[in-house]
Every structure is written in C-alpha cells, then in structure tokens.
Write a protein that binds this ligand. Structure first.
Ligand SMILES: [Fe+2]
Ligand SMILES: [Fe+2]
Length: 274
C-alpha cells in the first residue's frame, strides 16, 4: 500500500501542472476515503526532492526581470492571472512538501488531513486559473514567471515551525491582503470567469492560513514556547523582506492571526524582496 509520504513525493516529482494537480487530487481523494472508512493510510516516510519537478514552461526569471504590465489592459489581466496560476502551482507543491518533509515529527492525523485538503484546494485553484487563461486565449506557461517562489521552502526545509511561520502565516496571509484588489480589477473589466475563480481562492485561502496558525500554536504549546515570540524570531530569520501593510485584519483574525503577530514585523526586513 502506498503511504501518504510516497504519494506526496509522487506529486512533487510530476512536472506538468495539469498532471501534477490531477494526481494530487486522486491521492487526496484516496486519503479522505480511507479516513472516512476508519482505516487511515499510513503516513510513512519518504525522501522529498529539495525542489519539485516543474514544466519546461514558464521560463523562470528573477522577479526584477519579469515584465510588469498595467492591469487596465487585457494583456495586463492575463499577466496577473498567470502570476496567480504560478503561485497556485507553487502552493500545491508547498502543501505536499510539508506532508512529506517533516514525517520525523510525530503529529496528529489532523495535521495531515489539513494539508492534504489544502493541497487539493490549491490543485483546484491552479486548474480554475488555467481554465480562465485558456478562455482568454492564453495558457499557463505562455509568460515568464517568478523564479524565487521555492526559496521559502528551501530555507525552512529543516524547521517545521519556520515553515509554518513563513509559508501559511506570512505568504498565504499576504494572499488574503491582496486578493480583494485583484477581484476589483476583474470586476471593473466585467470578466466573470476570473472573478468567480478568485472568489473561490479567497474563501479557501482563509482555511490554509488558519491551518498554519493552528499547527504553529499547537507545536509551540507542545514545546512550551511563546508563539508570538517564536513567530517574530522565525520570520526575521527566514523571511527575506518586511511585512507590508495594508493588512486584511478581518480575514487574518478569522484565520487566527492576531495583529501583534504581524504589525511588529512591518519595516524591519533586511532587504527588499518584492
Ligand atoms: Fe490557492
Ligand atoms: Fe493556499
């Protein structure tokens, strides 16, 4: 029987986005079917790659070399969706990576339920955005994309608390801050497909941030650590940049991240990592 960690590695080592997400969704369905039957699949152990397999396209560029386009034009809106698609594919890999990488930490099965569900939702998000791009005459891979997205995963490959602090609680929380503005751009253009896709993403990302904060707090509790102090320390250590307001205080609160976690980190990054 395939273990969950082996399933995760299989997803991580599949390059094509549609194939990666289809495989991930099948594995997620198998995990939840076994859970519902009261016979959970073993988590097991596996050896995830340091970097996941990715398609030959998009070309990955330093963020400074990725051309910026005005969102007021159709080409600008395609570029914006392409960037979101890239983030979603990266998120698929990030969630399967946290499943496979930290199996030496004994965690409740609920930890795996949460990240399998998040990975499954990211696969849905990637496919929704690909469908929008294709309806607009483009596709994922047609434009260059940001090369630095996996850095947070590499930096925190040996630190589960660091991974939870930086990925769901900083990067995915940032998604909550910026998504309403993106939805407005498509609303002004009267483009219903992207509005619906982004609204699904916005609603489900609150859950991913909440999983991050839940397991971060849970681990701090197990180790007898002060979550706020540890969060500040880990974000300063692993996140290359400052946290940028305005924050979506409402959705961050819904996801269990209090203001005294993020406000003290505004403006104290070592470098600008836009
Ligand atoms: Fe997502
Ligand atoms: Fe997410």
């Amino acid at each position: 029987m395939q273990t969950l960690a082996e399933m995760a590695v299989e997803v991580l080592t599949t390059a094509d986005g549609r194939a990666k997400t289809a495989l991930g969704r099948r594995h997620a369905a198998a995990w939840f079917a076994a859970r519902a039957a009261g016979a959970p699949l073993p988590v097991g152990r596996a050896d995830p790659p340091l970097r996941p397999a990715r398609p030959a396209r998009p070309e990955l560029l330093d963020p400074r070399d990725v051309p910026r386009r005005r969102p007021g034009s159709p080409a600008g809106r395609i570029a914006l969706l392409h960037a979101v698609g890239h983030i979603e594919l990266n998120a698929v890999d990030l969630h399967w990576d946290i499943i496979a990488r930290f199996t030496d930490h004994p965690m409740p099965l609920g930890f795996y339920d949460d990240w399998v569900k998040a990975a499954d939702e990211e696969a849905k998000h990637f496919n929704l955005i690909c469908d929008c791009l294709e309806a607009m005459g483009s596709h994922y891979g047609a434009l260059p994309a940001h090369a630095g997205m996996w850095r947070a995963a590499e930096d925190t490959a040996a630190d589960l608390l660091g991974r939870l602090a930086v990925v769901p609680m900083v990067l995915e929380a940032r998604g909550l801050d910026v998504t309403p503005g993106m939805i407005d751009i498509f609303r002004k253009a009267g483009e219903d497909g992207p509005i619906a896709a982004l609204e699904t993403i916005y609603a489900e990302e609150v859950g991913h941030v909440a999983y991050g904060s839940k397991w971060f707090n849970w681990l701090c509790g197990r180790e007898g650590l002060d979550p706020k102090e540890v969060f500040h320390d880990l974000v300063r250590r692993y996140f290359h940049g400052a946290l940028k307001p305005p924050f979506n205080e409402e959705k961050r609160a819904e996801a269990g991240i209090p203001p005294d976690f993020y406000w003290p980190l505004v403006g104290d990054g070592l470098s600008v990592a836009d």
